[in-house]
Design a protein around this ligand. Sequence first.
Ligand code: FPP
Length: 262
Amino acid sequence: MVTVDARNLPSHVGIIMDGNGRWAQGRGLERVEGHRKGSAAVRRIVRAGRRLGLRALTLYAFSEQNWERPELEVDALMALLRDFLLSERDEILDNGIRLNAIGNIGRLPALVRAVLDPLRHESEGNEQMTLTLALSYGGREEIAHAARELARLVASGKMKPEEVTTESLRGWMPSLSVGDPDLVIRTGGERRISNFLLYGLAYAELHFADVLWPDFTEDDLYAAIASYQQRERRFGRVPSQSSEPVAAALEGMTASVTRIAV
Ligand code: FPP
């Protein structure tokens, strides 16, 4: 049994959901079947994250580079995304979840936009948890977009070059509207970041799980969070230096903790 410290939860968890294709191929099935099973895992993990009390969950559902996949696979992923949004709509709204999307949303087909846009709008006041789907998303593309916006402001004289700082840049990064990711999980055994949340990753804790995404369970999520809770987050400082994040990290380590068994 895994124990998770309810007082030291990562506020923002990002997940690179990898391994759908291998899951299917290992069973002699079409890759699309892996994505279908992967969709079920998304439902499971969103529920678990909400129950646990995560403030924000960002799922890498489709990268800007994924458009290069065979057309049949892209179409199947878009259809699964639409099905997910339709079937989860009530649960999202009833549970106070705000549905958010980041990436090049304008590139998504109308069949997805027709369900995504209204649900984003309907759920925008919800405060229990923000579920962000990264769709047609790339971390480098997001940084380039932010740089372009700041360049425009400087060129028009609305901003001074000296005002281009790490903070002003982050203000143009939709992925960070819910704060930097504290924990990023990648399933499927590979140890790489694949253009996910690049700017926000600066001090994120990384957790690599060998399990393929369709097999990722609530217990695997709890294990990732428990592993995060074992780490000492220093944000580039040494532990004796007092600062808010360090103090918070230390409090999590030293205080008598409320543990929840999950
Ligand atoms: C990576 O696995 C996964 C994707 C490119 C798509 C992720 C999509 C889902 C989990 C389902 C639909 C999403 C939602 C939000 C309902 P891969 O295909 O690269 O796997 P492989 O590395 O084994 O080939």
